[in-house]
Every structure is written in C-alpha cells, then in structure tokens.
Design a protein around this ligand. Structure first.
Ligand SMILES: Cc1ncc(COP(=O)(O)O)c(C=O)c1O
Ligand SMILES: [Zn+2]
Length: 448
C-alpha cells in the first residue's frame, strides 16, 4: 500500500500534507473539516481502478487467511489507500456485516424490499469499528502513543478496543450518567483511561479540544477524516450484497453526522469509478430532541446550523452541535435524500419492531424505521422502492432501555397515536413460582 491521497478542506479547498495536519483536524484558514480525496480517480481512465477487476478481487479476498483480506474494511483497500504500509493495519475482523430482510415490517409498511444493514454486528457492537480500524492504523503510522475521544459511548468502546490491540493507551471523555452501561463497561474492559465529565457530549468535545492542544494525544473523534474512510466501506458492502444494484433509499441515524457523510462518500465514489450506476437517496433521521440538522435544513436551507441542547433517551445520538453537518448536507443534496425527526415513542416502538424481527438494535438505530414510516406517509418512499435501514448498534448495548420498555416504564408520556401499537409489542418478563403447572398455565393463555 502507498499513500496516494490528499487532505482537502471542505470550506476553502486548501490541500494540506498529511504530516502537517493540525491536531484538531480543523483548517487553520477557515476552521472547517478536511476530507480525504484521491486525485488519480479524476485523472485519465487508465490510472483509475478497474470496476470488474475490483469486484472480483474483493470477493476473492473473503476466502483468504490474511488479516487485511479478512477485514470487511481493508478487503476494499483499493478504495482507501491511506496507509504507507499494510503492516500498520490494526484489525479485529471488522465489517463483513449482514444485510437482513425485514419481512414483517416491510409487509406492515407496504414496502416489499426492506432490508437492514446491521453495523451493530461489528466486533465491539457498533459501526464505529469500521472507522476505528482505519484511523487507529493511521495513528500507529504516525507513531502515536496516546489516542483520545469524546463519546456518547460507542466511539469510546471501539477506540479502547483498537488501542488495546495495537498497544496504544487511550483516553475517553464521557458525559457522566448519560451513556448506556454496556458501552461504559466496554471502555473499562479494554483498559481505557475512562473519565466521566459532569457535562454533556458537546461539553466533552470542548474539553477534549483543549486537551489535544496541550498534550500529545491523537484525536479519534469523527472530525478525523480517516474515520470516514473506514465507515464508507459499509456502502461497498451494501452494493456487493445487492449484486451491485444499489437500493433506492438508504436511511441513516444522525448524531454527529459523520456516518451519513461517510456512506454518501462511499456511494458517490463507487459511482465515480463506475462500480455502480447510481447512489441511493440518503436520508438522515434524528431524534426530535436532538434535531440540529433537521432544523438547519428546514429553517436555513442547510446553510447554517444552530446548536440545540440535546435531549433523547437514544443516548448515542444525544448530540446538539454535530461536527460533520456540512458534509451531511452535501450528501443529502447530492443524493436527493431528506431529513426527518422522530419522537421518543416512535423510536421506542420502532426498536421493539426491529427486535421482533429477531434482529434487534440499540435505540439510536431504530430512528431509521421510525423515519421510514414518515417518508412513506409523505409519499417520498414508494411501495416498489428498495430500502436499506442502516442499523448502527447492537441491541445489547443498552439493555436497560429494552427492559424499561417491556416493563411499561418507557416511553414515559402516554402517546395516544402509538399507545396500542406499543402495548401490542410489549413482552414483560413474568415472575412465577417454579412449577410446571404455573408454566403450563401461562402457556395456556396463548393457546389457540
Ligand atoms: C449507535 C449509534 N447510532 C448512530 C450514531 C450517530 O452517528 P454519527 O455521529 O456519525 O451521526 C452513533 C454515534 O455515536 C451511534 O453510536
Ligand atoms: Zn479551509
């Protein structure tokens, strides 16, 4: 592998040498983020990768025993030539996640071709692993000793794991009391220096930016453009799993807005290279209480973003000041997608419905199904369209949420419109005396 990329500012378009990249990954001229670009892909055709050869090669690699080939990220390494040497790769066999059909939800909604790309089936249980393998590998090439992130939980879990695998130390800043236990447990289990700060996610980011300025720690939040290079590979997998016929719609949860940006980048790069004929419409769904992007698009045409004070029980997307909002707006506009928001009750019901398909996901991922219902109601998704929901996290990340839902403790506000649907999905665990008679009596209630 050899470095054959540039880092370009999305604001003023200046190109910066990788070694000269500021530690906060922000342009010193205009304050915007950078993106990785590959100049040869816009050059003469013979210098570009060949689509059919690539499709064949990527499939072949699945049979290989090499670490890089077995990774669902590095298997596509021709599309992310960001390392000087393959030896730098830090992998825990990420990616290669399943694409499931959702027959019951599809039937209920009248969309026959409904699928879920489950990025929660990654080694640490979230999509973050696909971007962490790339950014940590770059950190290793840069000789970093410490890596750091502010997190709503999943980034810290992933970073801690990859840092541990590579022998780096990791520093995690978390909003105290605002992350799911499963994620906090992971950061501790993988040996991160785990600090819980008496603030929210956005406050943790502010503190970390100052730490990065004052100490030699390598920043692994998604402002780091190498994260997106790994996260975009889910787009390649979706295309491959659908035999290179991309879906009409891809629906993604929106928090800090890096993942939607990354998926858009993946699809648009595939289109540029002739691997697929089109990109899906990419729509981003937020929780009503953390809807900075929705307000930006609806009120300011995506030209400006006013941070909100984020409130939602879907802690992974409890983010009020999303760093990658401009990248996400660009992707939504380029692909003809939309933004939508869903209520806490809509998230809870959608999560239960995904669980009832035998798949499950964490609350933040369920906004996708909630959002799809709205897009269908608005006539933006038609019954003959094919739709992929991007599920970002595993159901075991936040079991408290699930148990509270099924016990009737969440969602708190009685929701007139959704009340009966929610009641129909609840499966409370029933406590009984230990006898077969008692079990049979419970079973009889469901007989016939
Ligand atoms: C499970 C889950 N879903 C969605 C998101 C949002 O992704 P992004 O911040 O890239 O928009 C996150 C981010 O933390 C997450 O952990
Ligand atoms: Zn700039």
């Amino acid at each position: 592998m050899s470095e054959s990329y540039q880092l370009r500012c999305i604001g003023c378009a200046q190109v910066v040498e990788p070694r000269a990249m500021p530690g906060n990954f922000r342009c010193e001229q205009c304050g915007e983020l950078f993106e990785v670009v590959y100049p040869t892909w816009t050059g003469p055709k013979q210098a570009r990768p060949n689509p059919s050869a690539l499709r064949w090669l990527w499939k072949e690699r699945r049979m290989s025993l090499e670490t890089a080939d077995r990774s669902g990220v590095w298997r596509f390494r021709e599309m992310l030539p960001i390392l000087a040497s393959e030896k730098s790769i830090v992998s825990i066999a990420e990616g290669n996640t399943p694409l499931y059909d959702l027959p019951r939800a599809g039937e209920r909604l009248g969309v026959a071709r409904l699928h879920a790309k489950h990025q929660g089936m990654n080694p640490t249980g979230s999509f973050k692993d696909t971007g962490m393998t790339t950014a940590i590998s770059v950190a290793r090439e840069n000789g970093a000793a410490w890596v750091a992130c502010a997190s709503t939980g999943n980034t810290s879990a992933s970073m801690a794991a990859y840092a541990a695998r590579s022998g780096m130390r990791s520093l995690v800043l978390l909003p105290d009391g605002e992350i799911a236990w499963g994620k906090l447990a992971q950061a501790m289990d993988y040996g991160a220096l785990t600090l819980q700060l008496a603030t929210d996610f956005d406050g943790c980011v502010r503190v970390l930016m100052e730490v990065v300025r004052r100490a030699p720690v390598y920043l692994l939040n998604s402002v780091n453009p190498y994260r997106l290079e790994g996260q975009k590979t889910a787009a390649f997998e979706i295309a491959e799993q659908m035999d290179w016929q991309v879906p009409d719609h891809l629906i993604v949860p929106g928090g800090n807005l890096a993942n939607s940006s990354a998926l858009g980048k993946g699809f648009l790069e595939m289109k540029q290279l002739g691997l697929v004929a089109k990109a899906p419409r990419i729509s981003v769904i937020q929780a009503e209480g953390a809807n900075a992007l929705v307000r930006s698009v609806n009120e300011f045409g995506g030209k400006k973003l006013e941070p909100v004070e984020a409130k939602t029980r879907a802690t992974a997307i409890r983010i009020g000041n999303p760093a990658s909002w401009k990248k996400a707006v660009r992707v939504i506009e380029a692909t003809g997608g939309w933004v939508e928001q869903v209520s806490e009750a809509e998230i809870a019901l959608a999560k239960a419905e995904i669980g009832a398909e035998g798949i499950g996901c964490e609350p933040a991922s369920a906004v996708t199904l909630g959002g799809l219902k709205k897009l269908i109601a608005q006539g933006k998704v038609a019954s003959e369209d094919s739709v992929v929901l991007l599920l970002t996290g595993h159901t075991l990340k936040d079991p408290d949420y699930t148990i509270q839902y099924h016990r009737g403790e969440w969602p708190k506000e009685a929701d007139a419109a959704l009340g009966s649907a929610i009641a129909a999905t609840r499966r409370n665990a029933i406590r009984i005396e230990a006898s077969a008679e008692n079990v049979l009596r419970e079973l009889e209630k469901f007989a016939g």
